[in-house]
Structure formats: structure tokens, C-alpha cells
Design a protein around this ligand. Structure first.
Ligand code: ADP
Length: 301
């Protein structure tokens, strides 16, 4: 197969591993700098040009689209879909997953366990919003933050009120969430490919920190997940329409709660922790599933 990897940087661990795994299995792997792909949106013959020439003959595309370029990246991916190239994850599913609130709404529709989450516009509604999610301590999240940035733990009602007011004053959309203290600063990253969890790791926040993101000093270790956690992760990825996803789960007193479904999950932490060839499994998934013109949505929102 001829497989495109949409990535801004060929030297990133995940990009390198996907290229390596594809080549090992005899495929032609081409890294395309997402922001340098440009499009001719013509009827009948949609095209993508790259460094002066049209891109042709691709069987599949692996999107590795960073959060800061979601809009442009999804447009490029959608153009590949219009050309009939099979996407590992579809553009529509990626854009859904980038909006934390929309993602939670889609997951709730499928009855997947979630932390109680509130969303409001007017400062007048702050007291009831806080009540709704069970009062302090609570977590406030900027809707489009990543790597734990814009995720704030408010220990008291007063702190929560002033932080929410401040974000609202800055016209920054936020959601307010029940704090799952019993998770003890840990979460579980389940790596889903197709309809299987192929690897899982526990991430533990650094001492004095509640966010377990590896970028915030969290440490990863192996973990055995329960059948309920496994099925929750698979259902969450499916609800989002993602074939490959990193599903982040909190262990609460009343079962697994999904915090987030990531559409471009990093490979480095999970491969190092589990010793599994995740990149190879992703390529195998494409070998089994990539069929010309086979997208569920063909770019429809
Ligand atoms: P990001 O997408 O920026 O990583 P998350 O929503 O995943 O943001 O939050 C970052 C981290 O904060 C999580 O990995 C988790 O450890 C912690 N966290 C987030 N929400 C909660 C919550 N409701 N209760 C307890 N811990 C949380």
C-alpha cells in the first residue's frame, strides 16, 4: 500500500514509528507536512497538491493532526476522503473529539459513564452550576485545552466562583466538572484500535499535582484493566466514530468514568510502558480495513 502520514514533523516519535512499521511491512510511507498540503476543491476531480505537484495513488492516510491546526488539518484530511483515500480516523470524528463538551454530549447519549459536567454562559447561573456538579472541590476546564493546560482544581466554593467568573469575563468557554478525588491523581489511558483495547497504562500525577498528564510530570506504569473498563473504552471510541483512539478513564467509586477521547494518541509513552508494537498494529489495521472510498461520513458533519 501507499500510505500518507499527515504530520508536521517527520522526527516526532509517533510519526517515525508509523513510518518504520509501515516500511517493515513492505508499504510505501510518505510523510506529508499537513500545513503544506493545499487543495483544489474542483467538482469531479478533487486534488491535493504538495510542493508543486498533485498527490496521487494513495490507499490510506494516517492523520496526526495537532490540536493547534485542527481546522486546516481536518480540511486536508476531508480532501483525502473526497479523493476516496481511506482515513485511519475520519475528519468528522477528529473534529468532534477536539471539542471536549461536544465529545461528552456524544458519550452521554450512549450512556457511557462520565464525571458530572456543567456548562453555562451567564455569570448569574454560576451558583446553581456549582451546585449542579455537587459543589467544591470541582474541576474547571477550558474547552479546547490540551496536555492539562487550562484544567484547574478549585478546592472551595469561593475559589470556584471567582475562577469561573474570571474565565467568563475573558469570554473563554469552560466546563465545570465534579472532582473525582478517589482516582488519587491517576488515570488510565486505554489505546483502542478497531474494536479492541490493544494496550493500557496508568498515569500517576507528580506529588502535589492532580493532573496525570505525562507533559505535567506524570509517570506511566503497566496496569491490568477490568472488563468494564475495557468495554467502556471500546464503546467510547465507537461513540466518537474513531477507529484509533486514546480513551482516558478515571477510576471512581461508581465505576469507570471517561474523561476524554483523544483522536491522535501519542505512541511513545504507551509503547515504552507496555513494550507493544502499537505502530505495527495500526498498520495491520489499515491492511485489513483500507478500502478505496470506504468512509462512513465522506466528510459529512
Ligand atoms: P487535557 O486534555 O488537557 O489533558 P484532561 O481533561 O484530560 O485535560 O485533564 C487533565 C488531567 O487532570 C487528567 O489526566 C486527570 O489526571 C486530571 N483530571 C481531569 N478531570 C478530572 C476530574 N474531573 N477529576 C479528577 N481528576 C481530573
Amino acid at each position: 500500500m501507499k500510505i500518507a502520514v499527515l504530520s508536521r514533523n517527520p522526527r516526532l516519535y509517533s510519526t517515525q514509528r508509523l513510518v518504520e512499521a509501515g516500511q517493515q511491512r513492505g508499504h510505501e510511507m510518505v510523510v506529508i507536512d499537513t500545513l503544506r498540503a493545499y487543495m483544489n476543491i474542483a467538482s469531479h476531480k478533487p486534488q491535493i497538491h504538495y510542493r508543486g505537484a498533485p498527490l496521487e495513488g494513495f490507499d490510506a492516510v494516517i492523520p496526526r493532526i495537532g490540536a493547534s491546526i485542527t481546522f486546516y488539518g481536518c480540511a486536508v484530511l476531508r480532501q483525502f476522503e473526497m479523493m476516496g483515500v481511506f482515513p485511519l480516523n475520519e475528519s468528522v470524528a477528529i473534529s468532534r473529539s477536539r471539542d471536549k463538551l461536544r465529545s461528552l454530549q456524544l458519550l452521554s447519549r450512549k450512556g457511557i459513564g462520565l464525571p458530572i459536567t456543567g456548562f453555562a454562559h451567564s455569570p448569574d447561573d454560576i451558583p446553581d452550576l456549582i451546585q449542579m456538579v455537587g459543589g467544591a472541590p470541582l474541576v474547571i476546564k477550558v474547552l479546547e485545552g490540551t496536555q492539562g493546560i487550562g484544567v484547574v482544581l478549585c478546592e472551595t466554593q469561593k475559589a470556584a466562583e471567582s475562577v469561573i467568573e474570571a474565565f467568563m469575563g475573558l469570554k473563554q468557554d469552560i466546563m465545570v466538572q465534579e472532582y473525582i478525588g478517589e482516582a488519587g491523581g491517576a488515570d488510565i489511558r486505554c489505546f483502542v484500535v478497531g474494536d479492541k483495547v490493544i494496550a493500557a497504562m496508568k498515569r500517576q500525577a507528580a506529588p502535589g499535582e492532580f493532573r496525570s498528564n505525562l507533559h505535567r510530570g506524570g509517570t506511566a506504569s503497566l496496569i491490568k484493566i477490568t472488563p468494564e473498563e475495557r468495554s467502556t473504552a471500546i464503546r467510547a471510541a465507537k461513540a466518537m466514530g474513531l477507529s484509533v483512539a486514546g480513551v482516558d478513564i478515571l477510576r471512581s467509586n461508581h465505576g469507570p468514568l471517561v474523561m476524554e477521547v483523544n483522536s491522535s494518541p501519542g505512541l511513545e509513552g504507551i509503547e515504552e510502558t507496555t513494550g507493544r508494537d502499537i505502530a505495527g498494529i495500526i498498520i495491520q489495521y489499515l491492511e485489513k480495513n483500507a478500502e478505496h472510498g470506504l468512509t462512513r461520513t465522506r466528510g459529512r458533519g
